[in-house]
Each structure stands twice: as C-alpha cells, then as structure tokens.
Write a protein that binds this ligand. Structure first.
Ligand code: B12
Ligand code: SF4
Ligand code: SF4
Length: 277
C-alpha cells in the first residue's frame, strides 16, 4: 500500500470534478459522534464487517451574491442534495475505478457524518459559534460533502479551530439560539409542518424569512471578504432572493420544495407579502 500514491490519485480525481477544496480525516475520530439517520445503514452495509478508515471532506461554495431577501442563500441554487450530490457520486465512481480494492460512499447533508466537525478535522476551516464551518477563502457559504472510504491514511493528530468568538452572531440571531437549543432557529421553524405557535410566527416575522435563515452568516466578520466563486454544478444564475406565491408554481429542483407548497405559502403569508405590504 502506498499512501502518498493513493493520495495523489484521489487529489487528481477530485480536482477533475472541480473538488479541489478537500481534506481528509480519520473515521475513528468521529465514530462516536455519528448522527442516527436513514443513511446510517448504508454506511455500515458498505464496509461490513469492518468500519471505514477515512473521511474525504469536500466543500461546495454556493454564494453568487450577497442579496438578501426572504429566501436563504443556500436555497437560491439548484437543490444541493441532487446537484452537488451527483458530483460527489461521480467522483466516488471514478475513485472506485482507479482504486478498485477500496470502497467509496458519498453523502451530503442526509448523512450520518457530522459534516461540520468532519470538515474542521479535515483542516478545511474553523467552527463558528454559529455552528457552521467557516473556510478561510469562502467563509461559511459552503456546503459540505463527504466520501467515506476504507483506504487507510496516516493522519497527524488534529485539533478543531474555533472562530474569533466575537459575539456578533449571537446578538443578531432572531431566535436567540447561538450556543443554545436550535428549537427556536428560524431555519428550523421555516421547515416545520402544520400550524406554528404564536411565538414561532413572531420569530419568522422578526427575521423576515420565508425559508431558511442567514443572519448569523451575513453578520459574521469572517464572511466579510468571502470569495464569490460558486461551484459549477450550481449553474451560472441564482434564483430570485425573494419567494412569492407565483414563484411556488415550480418547485422542481428547489431546496425549498421538499416540504411542499403549503408550508411555503404559510410562511410567505406571515410576512405579509400576499397583502401587498
Ligand atoms: C440538523 C441540521 C440542521 C438543523 C439543526 C442545526 C444544528 N446545528 O443542530 C437546522 C434545521 C436548524 C439547520 C439549519 C441550518 N443548516 Co443545517 N444541518 C443539519 C445537519 C443535517 C445535521 C447537524 C447535526 O445534527 N450535527 C450533529 C450535532 C452533534 O451537531 P452540533 O450539536 O451542532 O455540534 C456541532 C458543533 O458543536 C461542532 N462540535 C462538536 N463537538 C465539538 C467540539 C469542539 C471543541 C468544537 C470547537 C466544535 C464541536 O461540530 C458539531 C457537528 O456539526 C447537517 C448535515 C450533517 N450531516 O452534519 C446540516 C448542516 C450543518 N447545515 C447546513 C446549513 C447550510 C444550514 C443553514 C445555514 C441553512 C439556512 N441558511 O437556513 C442553517 C444554519 C443554522 C445554524 N446556525 O446552525 C450545512 C452547514 C455548512 C457549513 N458551512 O457549516 C450542513 C453541514 C449541511 C451541508 N451538507 O452542507 N441545520
Ligand atoms: S459572528 Fe463572530 S462569534 Fe459568530 S461565528 Fe462569526 S466570528 Fe464566530
Ligand atoms: S440561522 Fe438564524 S435563527 Fe438560526 S442560528 Fe443562525 S441567525 Fe439564529
């Protein structure tokens, strides 16, 4: 086994898929922190009876501009689960062809891997008080994907870097949830099904958001000079920063589509946009 040679092969294949922004971490460091989800089984099935050795972490910058409307930045690009997910799957297939002795399994978001932690351990940035991975070039405007593999690498011991802890996100957060429970996170509330409580409605109105929330990112000084250079899988034009009832006619390929039109209409109506305000 030649670790340096394998790493070179992986670097080359990832770069060919425009995934030059990647790093590696030891699966062992995260095996006690895995998130239980539907994708957990596929992780263990793929490597059974053993465990994977390495997590390859990749970043997908997604910011096109800093326009702020009622739609969160991350949802202004084609749904990353499929767009970025397809890039990851193809990269994993090419890795398997080049290194057939090993397995490669890709995940993004719907993943047992705590992705922020994995990316930080892979040297791709620091962990903000807002819970997000902040890359030195792209800021926190990045999605995190992983390719889990049984290739063994010799990884030096790493520690997790923290942000400057300036407190700006905490002051700006409409839900008051930095360092506390995420139950009042507007991003979560905007996804809730059914009726919202009066408190939840008040938080949505306070934030002005119909889907997602970016307050703790827009305010972060570490994002001030973030490079704008979105991954090509997101095309060349973002969606409008404001959701309206009309824009809900086509939910195909939208990251805000999975909850259905009812939840989106409900959120928009609380913001008063239907009444022409
Ligand atoms: C559930 C979830 C949510 C929930 C809950 C968020 C939460 N943090 O609990 C809700 C719906 C609120 C949410 C909102 C958002 N999310 Co989200 N979410 C996830 C998901 C699926 C799981 C997160 C999780 O449960 N992690 C596990 C627990 C243990 O995490 P935790 O308690 O927060 O602990 C973290 C930190 O404490 C830190 N940590 C742990 N131990 C230690 C120890 C030390 C010493 C240090 C320093 C740090 C540290 O790392 C942990 C892992 O993330 C991940 C994808 C994934 N598979 O990881 C995406 C993910 C975190 N979300 C993402 C995004 C983009 C968002 C939003 C920005 C979307 C939006 N604009 O509305 C917001 C941001 C809200 C916020 N400030 O966190 C991205 C983040 C990308 C990035 N740059 O970091 C992810 C990684 C998805 C992806 N594939 O890109 N999300
Ligand atoms: S705003 Fe300040 S405390 Fe919050 S994540 Fe950014 S640097 Fe950290
Ligand atoms: S996404 Fe919004 S509500 Fe959630 S932690 Fe960040 S600022 Fe607070």
């Amino acid at each position: 086994m030649n670790i340096t040679k394998n790493k070179k092969i992986i670097d080359k294949i990832l770069t060919a898929h425009e995934l030059a922004l990647h790093g590696y971490c030891d699966f062992d460091m995260l095996k006690d922190k895995l998130i239980t989800c539907r994708a957990s089984l596929s992780l263990f099935d793929a490597f059974s009876p053993d465990l994977p050795n390495t997590i390859i972490c990749v970043l997908f910058p997604y910011c096109f501009d800093k326009l702020q409307g009622n739609l969160s930045q991350y949802a202004r690009v084609p749904d990353y689960h499929s767009s970025a997910g397809a890039v990851l799957e193809n990269a994993a297939k090419d890795l398997k062809s080049a290194l057939p002795k090993y397995n490669f399994l890709s995940f993004i978001d719907n993943s047992p891997i705590p992705e922020v932690l994995a990316a930080a351990l892979s040297g791709l940035g620091c962990v903000g008080d807002n819970g997000l991975l902040i890359n030195p070039i792209y800021g926190s405007w990045v999605f995190i994907g992983t390719i889990v593999t049984n290739i063994p690498f010799d990884m030096p011991p790493v520690s997790i870097a923290k942000c400057t802890q300036c407190g700006a996100c905490s002051t700006a957060c409409p839900g008051g949830c930095i360092g506390k429970s995420r139950d009042t996170c507007v991003s979560r509330i905007s996804q809730n099904k059914g009726e919202l409580s009066q408190d939840q409605i008040a938080l949505l109105q306070k934030s002005g958001m119909a889907w997602g929330c970016d307050r703790c990112q827009h305010i972060c000084p570490l994002n001030a000079n973030a490079l704008i250079n979105p991954h090509p899988c997101f095309g060349d034009k973002p969606f409008n920063p404001d959701l309206t009832d009309e824009s809900l006619n086509d939910l195909k390929g939208k990251a805000y589509g999975w909850r259905g039109v009812g939840v989106l209409k409900r959120n928009i109506s609380f913001l008063g946009r239907n009444k022409g305000e």
